[in-house]
Design a protein around this ligand. Sequence first.
Ligand code: LLP
Length: 431
Amino acid sequence: ITKQNINEAGHLEIGGCDAIDLANQFGTPLVVYDTGKIRSQIRKFKAVFEKSNIDYAVCYASKAFANTAMYQLVNQEQGHIDVVSGGELSMALHAGFPVSRISFHGNNKSEDELRMALENHVGVIMLDNFHEIDLLNQLLTDMNTHCDVMLRITPGISAHTHEFIQTGQTDSKFGFDLESGEAKKAFEIVHANKSIHLLGIHAHIGSQVFELKGFEMAASKLVDLASEWKQEYGYEAQVINVGGGFGIQYTDEDDPLRPEAFVQKIVDTVKARTKVEGLKMPAIWIEPGRSIVGNAGYNLYRIGSRKDVPGIKSYVSVDGGMGDNIRPMLYDAKYEAVMADHPLRSAVENVHLVGKYCESGDVLIKNQPLPETKPGDVIVMLDTGAYGYSMASNYNLNPKPAIVFVENGKEQLVTRRQNYTDLYELDNKLK
Ligand code: LLP
């Protein structure tokens, strides 16, 4: 938060809108996205490819955050999307997202989901395992149709946040293992199948990755594999897809590169390796989720009760918590928060910012420095845009928050707040 994000009233401004006004107008807890930031990040990714003059696709990994308006926004920016369930696919179709720009991922897509993808002519199905190849082949025969696929490879590289490890054989549940020859076997089956067109090869090494090395290794492994299949089978991969996972900054402890730097590294690596191998330059696809929406999202809460345990700690409670953002509890994820009405005022104490859920673990931020606060004050958790609302639940039967998009001083309610009747509309009373 800098002075630029503070308006004349001294309040935090998000996308040109006063955070207090947003809380008053739409209620709390409230999820706010600055869509200018989302657009700008998609454009930065695209710029890397365009200046290098290569074919590309920026496939937004919509598991990070999806609602109808978000799919529309990605479409406005001419992006692609990655969906991982019939639910995400259905919402994208509902939003009018062009099917040709959809990739369908997942390690256990059901027959119904695959059929739905084929019926709608989804752009590309990301093949993950042998069972899926069988299912798909059966469906293609039954439906007398064909489709484009990519093979998801487990390249033996996995990134664990601040480091990456290269393992002999990988322990991932996703994809065809490279080392054991699974990938080659899958290739042979697909290559021989007239109804399946193999567009290219995919690998995803992890999420919230800070180092270039893992992406460099994955990109060169994919090119080497393409080269092998070219020599052995005369197959030419049109696309190298290196997945997502570019790390973002949540707190001062994180010092990531700018997301574009990862993409530049991937581009340079693929360019150099294809040249060495004498291959035609393929298109490069990326699948960023977090780096597109993470820093664009804000969770607004109102402060309520307080408990001081003398000499030990103080708890300040807000009207949301683990139901709208489970990342602190699930991954020990760190966030920062500011007071909406005076974001830069100096702190007078460190408190545990806790939610309203019936669990001691419902702590949003440990040791959050805060100025003096009182019930009713609006507090804003920053950088909550990725995997916050998308992993929200109705635990304790708390309704899910509303979502507002803001840009250039204009706000729009894009997902309404759940109400109490939403919570039991699926139920039947006992007969
Ligand atoms: N592509 C594939 C195949 C993926 O599995 C993922 C994320 C992505 C792309 C996007 O990764 P991103 O750019 O967002 O890091 N719930 C966890 C993150 C799970 C990520 C799963 N796969 C969290 O809240 O940190």
